[in-house]
Design a protein around this ligand. Sequence first.
Ligand SMILES: [Fe+2]
Ligand SMILES: [Fe+2]
Length: 314
Amino acid sequence: MTIQTVTDAIRYVGVDDNTLALFENQYPVQPMGVSYNSYVILDEKIAVMDSVDARAAEEWLSNVARVLEGRSPDYLVVTHMEPDHSGSLMRLAQKYPEMKIVGNAKTFTMIKQFFGTGEFSEDRMLEVGERDTLSLGLHRLRFLLAPMVHWPEVMAAYEEEEKILFSADAFGRFGSLERTARAPWAPQARRYYYNIVGKYGAQVQALLKKISALEIKTICPLHGPMLTEDLGEYLRLYDLWSQWKPEKPEGILIAHASIHGNTAYASEALKSKLEGKGAQVTMCDLTATDLSYAVTSAFYCGKLVLACSTYDGD
Ligand SMILES: [Fe+2]
Ligand SMILES: [Fe+2]
């Protein structure tokens, strides 16, 4: 793919995955695909921000090499150890034996669990903690621990010179960059959020509080597009979502599961009556809709009607 430029010094080197059927082996990502994002910061020192799923290792290594133009990276910053981001970590570490791995204490616990205790000598592991900084030259990263957004070791990194927030899974969405370049952010960000990060509302609130004091020009998440516009709106939505507040408080979701069509018929009748009274109704046929979409709609609307058939009297 074409290497995208975030800024002159910061390049996108992530990889689109348009062939994966189920993200985390459970969330349908067809036809929109998904991206595993990674970035390179070019300065006196070079930092690679996260790796990609093992499925995408070859393309990622080649993207990184093209951006490096013969130089070697000094650091691989690991903000999240889930395999969709750490799956190619060892490949880069083996290719560039001088490169240090940057993570927090929990990151290194996981690295040892995932890859074995003997893989990295102590001097290759650069441990950082809350608000620690890593200077690359003009650019400087400040680390903000974000445990449980979405795993215990997650951290965000704020690049102070260009005011870029590397936000890990936060603000990510389904959809490869190629296939969803012009798609609105919110629909697939909402589905990603509620299904994958949604349980950890309090922890997302804690991260939002930490970043509220920062001037942010760009958000670089680990999935989906780099965000440069409408950041206020995306922050507002994340604030709502992480408080489990509905976006449409008056909206009604009727979710039905019908065996011979009669419960569906009753649901349609209810919909007509409610709409006759001016209500905004969303219908969801649970027998034909993936659960991840139904869950998202349930959080989106303020009210929920479940219309289910009994089966064998149950
Ligand atoms: Fe994750
Ligand atoms: Fe992820």
